[in-house]
Design a protein around this ligand. Sequence first.
Ligand code: GTP
Length: 597
Amino acid sequence: MTMNEIRNFCIIAHIDHGKSTLADRLLEITETVSERDQKEQVLDNMDLERERGITIKSHAIQMDYKQNGKKYTLNLIDTPGHVDFSYEVSRSIAACEGALLIVDATQGIQAQTISNLYLAMENDLEIIPVMNKMDMPNAMPEEVREQIIDLIGCEEDDIIEASGKTGLGVQKILEAIVEKVPSPTGDTKAPLQALIFDSEFNSFRGIIAYIRVINGEIHKGDKVKFVNTGKEYTADEIGVLRLIQEPRKVLRTGDVGYIISGIKTSSEVKVGDTVTHLERPCEKAIEGFEEVKPMVYAGIYPIDAEDYEDLRASIEKLQLNDASLTFEPESSLALGFGFRCGFLGMLHMEIIQERLDREFDMSVITTVPNVMYIAHTKKGDTFEMHNPSDMPGPNELDYIEEPYIKAQIITRADFIGQVMTLCLSKRGVLKNQHYLTSDRVELTFELPLGEIVFDFYDKLKSISKGYASFDYYTIGYRNANLIKLDILLNGESVDALSTLIHFDNAYSFGRRMCEKLKELIPRQQFDIAIQAAIGAKVIARETVKAVRKDVTAKCYGGDITRKRKLLEKQKKGKKRMKQVGNVEVPQKAFLAVLKLD
Ligand code: GTP
C-alpha cells in the first residue's frame, strides 16, 4: 500500500448529530465488521458510552475499500463531541487530511459544529459536508443546506444528504472521501516523526498509544523516544487498528496505528506528543502539543471513613487510563479525609463519579466544584488554589485571578433577550453578535469560567427551550473581586460548603444558600441554625425547626415486620448522610449551590 491509496479522515459534529451511528454504517458497508459483530455503535465500546450514547474517548479504525478496481485503506478517527474533551478532538484532527462535517438536518448548525469546523480549517483539512438524519419527518433540508453553504462557502452539490439510520448517502460519502480527501504527504526517508493522538489503558498490556506516522517509518523492536516527556522505550508491538489490534512489522509515512512499549501509566503518554527514533531523532516535535490541565476541582470523600484507602486505590486505577484526572489528599473538618480531584469539566466529573460508583462500588460524597484560582500574596508569592479553603487571610492576600472563557452560543433570534440576561447575570460581556440566518444568531461572550461551572448549561437549555447550543475555550486568567463565603451549621463553619463568590453577588447568594439548605437538611430533634458569613459577619440566617420523629408511632398494634421495614428504610435513607458536628447533612446539601434558583 502506498501513500496514494491511504485516506485519513475524522468525523466532526455537534453532540448527538449522529457521528457514531454514521460511523457504524461506514464499517458495515466496507465489511469491516461482520454482521454478527455488529452491535449499535461499535466504536463506543465503554459501557458508560453505550448507555449514555456519547463518545467519551476517541477511537480509530481502519477500513478496506475498493473503487474502480483500486484498493484503498481508509482510516477513520472518531472524535468526542463534548466541550470537556475538545483537546482530544484537536489532536485527532491533526492526524487527518479530511473531515466529514455532520450536521443534523433537524437541528442545523450548532455551537460545536462551528468550533470543530474551525479546528479542522486551522489544520487545513478538506471538509466534506454531510446533512444527516434526512429520514426524519422534521428534517429541514432547505434551511440547513443554506446554513452549511453560508458557513463553509461550499457549493450546493458538495453537500451529501445522508441518514445513519437508513444508510442513505453512505456510499456517496465513501466516494467523496476517496476523491476529495488528499492522500497523506510526508517524507518517507526522513527521521521518524509520529503524532500520538490518543492512548488507552489495557490492564494486561499497559498503555496503548495511537499514532499517526507523519514522516519516516517505525519497525517492531525499534528504540524510540517520546519527545515532550523525554522518555525512552522499545516498540514491543506496533500494528494497525482494525476491529481488533492487528500487529504489523512496520508502519510507514501516512499510516495510522498503535504502539505498545511496556508503559504502565497513562501519565507517561501525553496526547499530542511526538514519537521519534532514539538514533537519528527528528529535529523538532510536531507542533501544537499542549499539556491538558484540569479546569474544575471538587472534593471526593468516602461516606464511611474506613473506605478511605479503598477510595484511594479506586481513584488511582481510574487515573491509569485517564491522565486528565488529578488528585491529591485533602481533609475537611466536616467530611474527614478525602481527595481533591481535578477534572476537565463538569461532564468529566460526573463520569468519574459514576465510574467510582459502578466499577468500584464506592459511595462517595462530592463537594461543590470550583475552578482553579490563582492567589497573589502581599509578600509577592503566587500559588494555585484548588479549594476555597486555600484562600489566604485578608492580611496576607493581595489579589486573586480567575479563569475566563470565550463562549459561543447559537440560538433562535427570539431567545436573544433571555440569553443576554442570563450571561450578564453571570458577569458575561457580549463581544459579538452574528446572524447565521434571519432567525438564528451566534453570540460570543467573555465569561468567568467559575460562573459556568455551576448550572449555566442547564439554565441556558431551559430558557431557550433546548434551542441553544454552547461551546467555549479558555482565554486566560483575569483579576477578580472574589470573597470567601462560609456556611455555619449551629455556629460551626462547614468547610465543605465554603465558596468563592464575586463581591457583588455575595449577599443574594448567601441568602439563597441558606434558603436552599433549609429545604435540604431534614428536621432533627433540635433546632438547626443555618448561617452565611463573610469573615465574622453573618449576612443571612435560616432555622430548621426541631421535630420529634418517631417513625414507628404509626405502627400501632405491634406489627413487628412492618416496624422493622420502616426502621430499615430509615437506615437506608441515612446512608448518604454525613455527621457535621451534631447535625446530619445529606449529600444533596453539599451540592446545594448547584440547585440555587
Ligand atoms: P456523541 O458521540 O455523543 O457526540 O453523539 P453522536 O454524534 O455520535 O450521535 P449518535 O450517533 O450517538 O446519534 C445520536 C442519536 O441520533 C441516537 O439516538 C441515534 O440513534 C440517532 N440517529 C443518528 N443518526 C440518525 C439518522 O440518520 N436518523 C435518525 N432518525 N436518527 C439518527
